[in-house]
Design a protein around this ligand. Structure first.
Ligand SMILES: Nc1ncnc2c1ncn2[C@@H]1O[C@H](COP(=O)(O)OP(=O)(O)OP(=O)(O)O)[C@@H](O)[C@H]1O
Ligand SMILES: [Mg+2]
Length: 373
């Protein structure tokens, strides 16, 4: 029964008098029917939707229900975004791609699983260092599943009146339960980090318990994603709630190549040696690589050139790996030693000579000197 989830949610909503939920799932059902080619039933449902909402407001008014807010600051507890399929490009190692594919197929087959009596709770914890694509992966999943991404705003969720945090969590989870969406707890560690504050220990316990209760009370098919840089700070009980756990690390050489290709999509020329740039970019995160590429694009636009010269781009990548006070002065042996250590074997001696504005013979001699000293 392909549409069992939507039908169950509509029945649940109707029985509990939750009109919002009925309408949200009615809309999703009509969308799915349309996608499956059953346009006439989809239109019939849409007409039904309009008739039902005539007495209160327009259908769209009801469906774009306001996002929950913190009662003190009136700040929204979440942001909602809609992403189209193919809009988000994510770069991951093969093993992770397989896991994400499995997760997507698990969600897509949730109706089948549900009819066979298998409970599902699609949840994924994404962890790893900053700037490696954790938030981007949540966006990718939302785009692939074509569901709204409801991203919790941890700043407003954690109320300055700590007692309100549990209430905010409840509001947010209730909102997620009432509509087809993906609930994304980004920078999830903010909650766990409260643990550092000795004075707030009691309150933290209450927040963690409330979080656990809210996770447990999520509809079986509500997708929950969470991302953190500090997974070791997470309470083990929270950790266990996630059926999928995905660890991101800094990108490997082939991944760095893919990232550079994506970020320089419209600016690539044959003069740019992407493999060399990716080699130089070792230990840089995807976010750092993106910043260099975007900066290069910005420069090329400002200088009215269509493309950033390959040499200039190489320098941008080299500079990103060097300390700020680095000087390309051949007399500065300390700088040359740093340079040699970072880029030996990655950059030709003639390129080094060019960067240090000296001759091939001099650079070769100076490198020998720093290597033996
Ligand atoms: N693996 C990746 N694939 C695609 N884009 C990436 C990847 N890693 C980084 N990026 C790009 O870098 C930017 C930062 O990535 P993102 O926000 O996903 O990092 P993050 O892991 O969530 O970092 P933080 O821990 O700081 O929140 C994004 O705009 C994204 O386009
Ligand atoms: Mg992030």
């Amino acid at each position: 029964m392909e549409y069992i989830i939507e039908i169950s949610r509509i029945i649940e909503g109707a029985l509990s008098g939750d009109k919002k939920r009925v309408l949200a799932y009615l809309e999703q059902l009509s969308k799915k029917l349309k996608q499956a080619g059953d346009e006439s039933t989809a239109n019939m449902l849409l007409r039904h939707l309009k008739n039902t909402t005539n007495d209160i407001a327009s259908a769209s008014n009801l469906l774009t229900t306001r996002l929950p807010v913190d009662s003190e600051s009136r700040l929204s507890l979440a942001d909602e975004s809609f992403l189209h399929k193919g809009e988000v490009a994510i770069v991951m190692p093969h093993g992770m791609q397989e896991k994400v594919k499995e997760f997507l197929s698990y969600v897509r087959n949730s109706a089948k699983l549900m009819t066979s009596g298998v409970g599902i709770s699609p949840s994924m914890l994404i962890y790893g260092p900053p700037g490696v694509g954790k938030t981007e992966l949540a966006r990718y999943i939302a785009s692939e599943l074509e569901l709204p991404l409801l991203t919790a705003r941890t700043d407003s969720l954690i109320s300055s009146y700590l007692g309100s945090t549990s209430k905010n969590l409840r509001l947010l989870f209730d909102h997620a339960n009432s509509r087809p969406c993906i609930l994304f707890l980004d920078e999830f560690d903010a909650i766990a980090k409260l643990r550092d504050d000795q004075y707030e220990l009691g309150e933290l316990k209450r927040v963690v318990i409330s979080l656990l209760q809210n996770i447990d009370s999520l509809n079986h098919n509500t997708i929950l994603l969470a991302a953190t840089n500090h997974h070791h700070l997470l309470d083990p009980a929270i950790w266990r709630r996630f059926t999928y756990q995905l660890e991101f690390s800094l990108p490997s050489l082939p991944e760095r190549k893919q990232l550079i290709e994506i970020f320089l999509k419209n600016y690539k020329t044959s003069k740019i040696d992407i493999t060399q740039l990716a080699d130089i970019a070792s230990e840089l995160s995807g976010a750092a690589i993106k910043q260099i590429c975007e900066n290069a694009i910005r420069q090329s636009i400002l200088s009215k050139k269509k493309t950033r010269d390959g040499d200039a781009l190489l320098k941008d990548f080299i500079s990103a790996k060097l300390p700020q006070q680095f000087s390309f002065d051949i007399k500065d042996s300390a700088s040359l030693a740093i340079f040699n250590e970072k880029f030996k074997g990655k950059i030709s001696q003639s390129k080094m000579a060019e960067l240090f504005s000296t001759s091939n013979a001099t650079i070769s001699r100076k490198i020998n000197e720093v290597e033996i000293s």
